[in-house]
Design a protein around this ligand. Structure first.
Ligand code: HAM
Length: 476
């Protein structure tokens, strides 16, 4: 027999009905708000080519280096090996036309670097984020031809092989939005942030901080990075191993190192805000003005560089003090130039992704949203020998009440009245409808409010209207 272990995969979790009610509420309100701001939903696949993210996020970022779940598509591998063989025959003398090279040899050849374009096609991964996918789709479907700005949103799971802890999972969920097009007006950035502030308000999350920065552009960032590298070279021996590597590969990433011993060193490093070019300074000043216009408070955080390489100019995060170590609710920023990097037309872009898992936690902490689904009415039907006549009426009424938007529990088998009422109570039902032979004969049913045992008699025609009013569903 095959070995079997029922344990859930590390870093993955079940979200149970108690929680999904709040998740569904949150996703619905997020969609509604984003649609009011003119965003439309895009659904991209969960799997993409790994190189899409390596190119977009930067090969030196943690996500690309360590966290992507990738694999070789075996079926495509075989096809790729044929191609390697054909190209090798034609272009070099590494293999002769007369031998049929063994698979091992072809694999070696493919790994040699000479066939990267073939090898690239067969490495597939689970998406660690969706911005790169959205930009890919924007290019693939010619969305740059759309009139005005293209505003897209997405809802779904992402995958990163991170060390799991509270608020950090290997399958986690994001809701994100991206604005793509020809304008990089700071009003776009500010309106995107305003939309998040509205969402926080709807969720009754009052404690949050908007961290804001500009990390410059192609003009000014290289000069800043050079200055940073110079300063860092002097302290190289004192920083952590990861930072020593980053000094060579991507010194900006040193700024968001979380190792406590490195913090005093990082605090003394030059700040990007002093190195911004005139155009970036003007963009940031206008963004501040646009946020003030919308009365959105923010904290300028010069060390906020974010972990992904595609950012330029605006970067931001929204943090919550109730979340512990993983306190970022939202991360986002501008990524002008990413479309070109992926082979598209020059395009400006900005977006954000919020962590749904963390938002849900913050909503629970704030404790002001009740999204629990409740049973509105439990049909306690009983007829003894006459149950064959009673049950069809119960089925008909249940269907009518459900059609009127009520949540109805109809026991599949007859129960004694006391047991029925006990179960209705345990299920948290608001009302019990008592349905027996006598009630059917009289055309009047007893409706019992379970919170205070108050009873009233109603005709079949009156039931739906009364229950909708009594459960607060009259206006839905
Ligand atoms: P990010 O900062 O990597 O940005 O992720 C955004 C949010 O996703 C985080 O603030 C956090 O709430 C949540 N998150 C990230 N990793 C995890 C995890 N392992 N477990 C739970 N929640 C997590 C991006 O993904 C960019 N694509 C955002 C963006 C969109 N920038 C421009 N457009």
């Amino acid at each position: 027999m095959l070995k079997f272990n029922r344990e859930i995969v590390t870093g993955m979790r079940d979200i149970l009905p108690h929680d999904t009610a709040l998740w569904n509420w949150f996703e619905a309100i997020s969609r509604r708000i984003m649609e009011r701001y003119g965003y439309r939903e895009i659904r991209t696949p969960i799997a993409e080519r790994a190189s899409l993210f390596e190119r977009s996020l930067g090969e030196e970022t943690d996500v690309a280096l360590k966290e992507i779940y990738s694999w070789i598509d075996q079926q495509q591998l075989n096809r790729a090996l044929f191609k390697v063989r054909d190209v090798a025959y034609e272009t070099n003398s590494k293999i002769s036309k007369h031998e049929s090279p063994p698979r091992e040899r072809l694999l070696q050849l493919m790994d040699s670097g000479e066939f990267d374009d073939i090898a690239e096609r067969i490495r597939i991964c689970l998406r660690p984020e969706a911005t790169a996918s959205v930009v890919r789709a924007y290019i693939d479907h010619g969305m740059y031809l759309n009139p005005g700005l293209t505003k897209l949103y997405y809802v779904g799971p992402m995958f990163r092989r991170e060390r799991p802890q509270k608020g950090r999972y290997r399958q986690f969920y994001q809701i994100g939005a991206e604005v793509l097009g020809q304008s990089d007006a700071p009003a776009i950035d500010a309106e995107l942030i305003e939309m998040l502030v509205v969402l926080l308000g709807e969720c009754k999350i009052e404690k949050w901080t908007l961290l804001l920065n500009s990390i410059g552009c192609k003009e000014c960032r290289p000069k800043y990075v050079a200055a940073l590298r110079r300063e860092l070279a002097a302290v190289k021996e004192t920083v952590c191993g990861d930072c020593q590597r980053r000094i060579e590969t991507n010194p900006l990433r040193v700024l968001d190192c979380k190792v406590p011993q490195d913090q005093p060193i990082i605090a003394k490093l030059p700040s990007i805000s002093e190195h911004l070019c005139a155009a970036c300074r003007a963009h940031f000043a206008e963004l501040e003005a646009q946020l003030k216009l919308r009365e959105i408070p923010y904290t300028i955080t010069p060390r906020l560089v974010r972990g992904l390489d595609y950012y330029m100019r605006t970067t931001f995060e929204i943090t919550s003090p109730v979340l512990g170590a993983q306190n970022a609710l939202v991360g986002g920023g501008r990524y002008d130039g990413l479309a070109e990097l992926l082979g598209g037309q020059p395009t400006k872009g900005i977006g954000f992704a919020l962590g749904t898992d963390r938002f849900i936690e913050a909503i629970r902490e704030a404790g002001k949203v009740d999204a629990a689904l409740r049973v509105d009415v439990f049909i306690a039907w009983l007829g003894g020998p006459a149950s064959a006549q009673v049950y069809p009426t119960a089925v008909r009424i249940a269907r009518k009440l459900r059609a009127a938007g009520l949540c109805v529990e109809l026991p599949p088998e007859e129960m004694k009245l006391k047991k029925s009422l006990g179960l209705a109570d345990k299920l948290g039902a608001r009302y019990a409808l008592i349905l027996g032979e006598n009630e059917i004969a009289a055309g009047k049913f007893v409706l019992k409010r379970l919170s205070d045992a108050q009873q009233r008699e109603l005709s079949e025609g009156e039931l739906a209207g009364f229950l909708r009013a009594g459960t607060g569903k009259a206006n839905h």
